[in-house]
Write a protein that binds this ligand. Structure first.
Ligand code: ZN
Length: 490
């Protein structure tokens, strides 16, 4: 698929008429006409792997990542504290940004908040900074600093009361607003907390959810079965699958490799659930009708998951099943052929490649980088690539992802523009619409839905530094418009 200059008339959330034009995009919605001079249109982007609630949470909970002193953090939370029930929380502090580079301590918090428990997470999530009241509540009697790590940190985080429903709703709607700014009209929400299901259903019923959310419920432990026993299909919210983890990440050397890490000769990572048990969990979920999405980063993890998927594909030869590998960062060349199975999808996050290779990937896996992030290789073997961002870990912007796919410095992994766009548009639609090709072509129109993104150019540029979303249309309504662009109301 490629960006088009087109005139589209929408009415009652349906496409009425469509015509090619040559100077931009004209949208006629319920009789009102908008002209985007020089613009190009595509169906709405789908992000195949993100964490919707986390995007909103990151936006709404105070973030101290740019703050340069502990004193300033305290004055910010004094002015506008963010409460979870009676606790004050926040995140993102980093003593590396402080002038003295010293860790903050509990005494400063105690002076400002002698009676209210305060718990502030460090930028990497691996430490918390708390006051004496919080320590008391945790049953820690004498702690010199109030900086907790590891288990003590986890125990402390577990004591913090949950967000209120209204806070959760605010976060979900904030995430929706942000995603619309990036032209995203549909998402696969990974590791959805089963406790959020009712809230999503309510938002959907009240028509507050305008972005389409396909959730993959966190299923590493079987407790998800207490909440759901079959897929759910609402209007804008659905439960499509479950999410499992085969291994960890490269950064923390938790990804499971065939051979040890280059920078840790005794460590080759770890498989989180033994393959036999993983297979059983997958079978249970498939029998209930769920899609399977499994996190696999290391070459050993990908090898194991692809083998399990092949076995499942044979066992369920007559059932409509979808098997997704999340991340696929290191796929040994001998395993690539397994992606030719049309029921197996490779879900990748192009932007991770940039962050990982700027950072630790070379030192972790050395020469094995050559067969890592194998986007084009998967396609060459007949595989189907889905792109996502893993937001809020990375920016959700699909243009950044497209930029990486199309303009990667690795000549052997570069995708042509249309194949790259397909990973955000046509390929993910195959997950949710049986025989999506037919649907996309119904009535001889190139589109089957009223979700669109309008861009300021046709993505043929050598770099996308100046490419941006001009407008987003979801369910036949304009849900985002860049006012700087100068849209003409006709
Ligand atoms: Zn993720």
């Amino acid at each position: 698929m490629k960006p088009l200059q087109i005139e589209i008339e929408l009415q009652d959330n349906q496409i009425k008429r469509i015509k090619n034009i040559s100077d931009g995009v004209r949208l006629i919605i319920e009789g009102k006409s908008y002209f985007f001079q020089g613009g190009y249109l595509l169906p709405g982007f789908i992000d195949s792997h993100l964490h919707l609630f986390g995007i909103g949470e990151n936006e709404i909970v105070p973030n101290f990542k740019d703050i340069t002193s502990a004193e300033e953090i305290i004055s910010i939370i004094k002015d506008s504290p963010f409460f979870r029930n009676n606790w004050i929380t926040g995140f993102g502090w980093n003593e590396e940004n402080f002038a003295d580079k010293n860790l903050p301590d509990k005494r400063m918090l105690d002076i400002a908040f002698p009676n209210i428990p305060v718990c502030l997470k460090r930028v990497d999530g691996h430490a918390v900074w708390v006051n004496s009241i919080a320590l008391q509540i945790a049953g820690i009697s004498k702690h010199p600093t109030g900086i907790l790590v590891d288990t003590a940190k986890d125990n402390m985080l577990n004591l913090i009361p949950k967000y209120s429903n209204s806070q959760i709703i605010k976060m979900i709607l904030k995430a929706q607003e942000i995603l619309f700014q990036f032209g995203i009209t549909e998402v696969c929400d990974m590791d959805t907390d089963p406790e959020l299901i009712e809230i999503y259903k309510n938002l959907d019923n009240e028509n507050a959810l305008q972005i389409k959310v396909h959730s993959y419920i966190s299923a590493q432990y079987d407790d998800y079965l207490r909440y759901i026993s079959q897929p759910y299909l609402g209007n804008m919210f659905s439960i499509d699958g479950i999410k499992l983890f085969a291994d960890g990440a490269l950064g923390s050397r938790g990804a499971s490799l065939f051979e040890p890490y280059n920078d840790d000769a005794n460590n080759s990572g770890k498989i989180q659930i033994q393959p036999e048990l993983l297979y059983k969990k997958m079978q249970v979920a498939i029998d209930l009708g769920f899609q399977i999405a499994t996190h696999a980063i290391g070459d050993n993890a990908n090898h194991i998951i692809l083998d399990l998927y092949q076995k499942l594909s044979q066992k369920y030869i007559n059932k409509d099943i979808i098997l997704r590998v999340e991340h696929c960062q290191m796929v040994h060349p001998k395993d690539l052929i397994k992606f030719s199975n049309p029921r197996i999808f490779a879900s990748v996050q192009p932007i991770h490649y940039v962050s990982d290779t700027k950072g630790m990937a070379q030192s972790r896996i050395g020469k094995r980088l050559e067969y890592s992030y194998p986007w084009k290789s998967i396609i060459n073997y007949g595989g189907t690539l889905l792109s996502g961002s893993d937001a809020p870990i990375e920016s959700p912007d699909p243009i950044l992802g497209l930029d990486v796919l199309i303009h990667s410095e690795r000549p052997d992994q570069i995708l042509d523009m249309e194949s790259a766009i397909d990973t955000y548009i046509t390929n993910p639609r195959k997950l949710f619409r049986n025989n999506s090709n037919n649907q996309i072509n119904q009535n001889n129109l190139p589109f089957s839905e009223t979700n669109f993104v309008i861009l300021n150019n046709d993505l043929s540029q050598k770099s996308f530094n100046r490419t941006y979303v001009v407008a987003t249309i979801a369910n036949g309504n304009i849900v985002y418009i860049d006012n700087k662009y100068g849209v003409i109301n006709e």
